[in-house]
Design a protein around this ligand. Structure first.
Ligand SMILES: *Cc1c(COP(=O)(O)O)cnc(C)c1O
Length: 817
């Protein structure tokens, strides 16, 4: 047994007094009349004071120590709430809990009031947030750079089964974690034209931009575990140079006077709600350039101040590009070095490639970012020239190496000529970086063979793998205190500091019936809490003893929520056909947002809700199967769902999920995975053991072979499988949509004609795997043994491990980490 955490009375009293002071002097309320939200603000401000002490100390240290700095550029940071995160990492969560109890304030109620900062769409943005926390934990001097969107990812409401998008307003009550830095501000240009003059035999270029937008910095401190160090997340807001045009206003144009300002400020107004597919809108390119230009100017200024020269940039700075969204950094860094700082082209290129590295996140062709040359020329004329010049040098050097293969030259060019002329941001990021990494072993291998096949042939040493990870602080310690308590009881406090190596110590406990019982008991308690939430949010009553079968993630065809729904209907039919059989009671839980313009994904949400209504209301099912779609999936909801899951659905078409990270969150919390050999599932099966997961379906290679052969016929498969056929016909003919019987005709016919994601091909294997799930569930000793082993063997998926690999192999910082 570990000891009760020792909390000094003084600490408790001090925290209590600090909160009261903040409530009085910062919020301006007395305790008698304070609303919960006032308390939240006071508590957050009191917590922030603790953070600031560590922050200043760490910032001073990193300046003094002259450490190399890491800059993580990401258009998305899916942060979630910060109150419990900060208290927990500072080690004062219990102190705070006790202090608030003395004030008669329930911290759990206050916790729920914090808006969920959703400045990202899904996995990519959440990865950036986990990385920030791990970099602070490992003591790496890092800055995150992104955009301070006024409106984050939309709020999803479900009306009559359909998704509707509502504006997200996380800043309505202010944001206690951030510091506005009006003095840290850069003017970012757009449009205009370029002139060249000859200076001492050298062409010098001047970009006369037409429109200037001001970037204002907002800093949020990110605390590492046990306050190890505190780094800064710097997000930029766009502000017009002048609020409005006074002369136009005085001339009577009261609306037009504000138009330019509104256009400038729209840059940081709203996050593009697209996951995996690019919007291709001008505003998106403006966002990308805006935050890249502000961040590069900021970090060059810091470097110059500290080192006096940019010659040493690669030695003391690493800039990681999270996907191609910041890829314009290649051209912007070249512009700054050549046009502003007077470097020769070749030297500037060395510095650029030496400093930048790029993480690829997707192989989906529709998600590979390209921009029309015309748009680039209009918005960023100097950058377009630079891109042409990079391309010319690149192609020339290939010809010099005797590469005259036209096909090769076409494929590695920065300019795509086939579909109108477009700039390929993936190729730009690749050429301008010394390291290009994928996010799981399989994804990196496929990257070498597909998107970057030809560039890989030219620069094989540049591509490497960094399998994603998650921060255990948020996804185990904070999200699941009950399981954390059990693990600490078994392995001691030290496991919290070194879970990567020590969690394995749980393996022998998997053999102990008493430990398995307690492991199952903590799950049941979490499931009771989730059952309550389900009743409150969607009015469905579920039995906490049933198998909680969960698929939560963005809704996308390649993630195959549809396959899960087909299984749901097949199970429903089977129960109706034989209601007396000993069925395993099951609750299917789904959640996730669809991009507002993604009609097929929105139809799948409607189908989930149609199936839920039909199944939940059917008396012959007698509650053996329940279906729940929880609205508005976000980090906070994930923190409540994942610790209560028994079964984790990771069933993407093999070869299409780059890594996945929710697969890791579930396994860490002891859920068993049903999944394909895709993304990081492959490495999970190596760590955890195939026998403790339910792996099924086509492999990436088999999918590829079928595509190549071109003879895949989904309809034939459906005809051969009476079970699948019955499911498809029922949905197609309106069994779940009697109000609009034709609603799913197109969906099902489409599936039969061109089943792009091999849903039908994998259906039978999935059904069989689900039968194995039920068999295991019926044998609790086996189920809970596997569950304990999942937790024990997931240590490798800590984002601390991932960041250590980036630090050692790409950034070359802190060789001892
Ligand atoms: C972890 C996480 C994701 C990523 O989920 P995948 O299943 O890996 O796609 C998306 N959204 C939220 C809120 C998350 O916490």
């Amino acid at each position: 047994m570990t000891q009760e955490p020792t909390v000094s009375v003084n600490d408790v009293a001090a925290f209590r007094e600090a909160v009261l002071r903040k409530l009085t002097y910062s919020v301006g309320k007395d305790p008698e009349h304070a609303f919960d939200h006032d308390w939240f603000e006071a508590i957050a401000l009191a917590t922030r004071d603790h953070v600031i002490d560590h922050w200043m100390e760490h910032t001073r240290q990193s300046y003094r120590g002259g450490q190399k700095r890491v800059y993580y550029l990401s258009l998305e940071f899916l942060i979630g709430r910060l109150l419990i995160d900060s208290l927990s990492n500072l080690g004062i969560l219990d102190t705070a809990r006790q202090a608030l109890a003395e004030l008669d304030v329930d911290i759990e109620r206050i916790r729920a009031l914090e808006p969920d900062a959703a400045l990202g769409n899904g996995g990519l943005g959440r990865l950036a947030a986990c990385f920030m926390e791990s970099m602070s934990t490992l003591g790496i001097a890092a800055h995150g750079y992104g955009i301070r969107y006024e409106h984050g990812l939309f709020r999803q409401v479900i009306v009559d089964g359909w998704q509707h998008e509502q504006t997200e307003t996380w800043l309505d009550f202010g944001n206690p974690w951030e510091f506005e830095r009006p003095e840290v501000s850069y003017l970012i240009g757009f449009g205009g034209h370029v002139t060249a003059v000859n200076e001492n035999g050298r062409q010098k270029h001047f970009w006369h931009w037409a429109e200037g937008v001001r970037s204002i910095a907002y800093d949020t401190p990110i605390v590492g575990w046990r306050g190890a160090s505190v780094n800064t997340l710097r997000l930029w807001r766009a502000r017009a140079e002048a609020d409005f045009h006074l002369e136009r206003f005085n001339a009577g144009d009261h609306i037009g006077a504000f138009a330019e300002g509104a256009r400038a400020e729209s840059i940081s107004r709203v996050l593009y709600p697209n996951d995996s597919t690019e919007a291709g809108q001008e505003l998106r390119l403006r966002q990308e350039y805006f935050f890249v230009a502000a961040s590069l100017q900021d970090l060059l200024r810091r470097h110059l101040k500290q080192r006096g020269t940019l010659d040493s940039l690669p030695q003391f700075a690493s800039i990681q590009l999270n996907d191609t969204h910041p890829a314009i950094a290649v051209a912007e860094l070249m512009r700054l070095l050549v046009d502003v700082h007077g470097y020769e082209w070749e030297r500037a290129w060395e510095l650029t490639v030496g400093t930048l590295s790029y993480t690829n996140h997707t192989l989906l062709p529709e998600a590979l970012e390209t921009w029309p040359v015309g748009l680039m020329e209009r918005l960023l004329p100097r950058h377009m020239q630079i891109i042409y010049l990079i391309n010319a040098h690149h192609i020339d050097s290939l010809r010099a190496r005797d590469n005259h293969n036209i096909e090769l030259l076409r494929s590695v060019s920065l300019i795509e000529e086939d579909h109108g002329r477009r700039v390929r941001m993936g190729n730009l990021a690749f050429l301008g970086s010394h390291s290009i990494n994928g996010v799981s072993a399989l994804h990196t291998e496929l990257m070498r063979k597909t998107v970057f096949r030809d560039l890989y042939g030219l620069y094989p040493e540049r591509i490497n793998n960094k399998t994603n990870g998650i921060t255990f602080r948020r996804w185990l310690y904070q999200a699941n205190p009950k399981l954390t308590g059990l693990v600490v009881e078994a392995l001691g406090e030290a496991v919290l500091d070194s879970p990567e190596s020590l969690l394995r110590g749980l393996e022998p406990f998997a053999e102990q019936a008493e430990f398995r019982r307690r492991f199952a008991e903590q799950r049941l308690e979490n499931k009771r809490v989730l059952a309550r939430l389900i009743r409150e949010r969607v009015g469905v009553t579920v039995d906490p003893n049933a198998l909680f079968d969960v698929q939560v993630k963005r809704i996308h065809e390649y993630k195959r929520q549809l396959l899960n729904l087909l299984h749901t209907v097949a199970l429903y039919h089977a129960i109706r056909n034989d209601p007396g059989a000993p069925w395993v009671p099951r609750v299917k839980i789904l959640a996730g947002k669809a991009a507002a313009s993604y009609h097929q994904a929105k139809l799948i949400i409607k189908l989930a809700n149609d199936i839920a209504r039909t199944v939940n209301d059917d008396p012959t099912v007698r509650g053996l199967l329940k279906v729940v779609f929880l609205p508005n999936y976000n980090v906070s909801l994930a923190e409540q769902i994942i610790p209560a899951a028994d079964l984790s659905e990771q069933i993407s078409t093999a070869g299409l999920e780059a890594s996945g990270t929710s697969n890791m969150k579930f396994a860490l919390n002891g859920a068993l995975t049903i999944g394909t050999l895709d993304g990081a599932n492959v490495e999970m099966s190596e760590q955890i053991g195939l026998e403790h997961m339910f792996i099924f379906g086509l492999t990436a290679q088999q999918v590829e072979a079928r595509k190549r052969a071109g003879e895949y016929n989904a309809e034939a498969i459906a005809i051969e499988s009476p079970r699948l056929n019955e499911v498809l016909e029922a949905i197609r003919n309106g069994a779940f949509s009697s109000d609009d019987p034709g609603r799913y005709t197109g969906l099902i016919d489409g599936l039969k004609w061109h089943d792009t994601f091999f849903v039908c091909a994998d259906f039978e294997a999935y059904w069989q795997a689900q039968l194995e799930v039920e068999a295991r569930w019926r044998d609790p000793a086996r189920w809970w043994r596997s569950a304990v082993l999942n937790t024990a063997r997931t240590g490798w998926f800590s984002s601390d491990r991932t960041i250590r690999q980036y630090a050692g192999e790409i950034w070359k910082v802190l060789d001892d980490k």
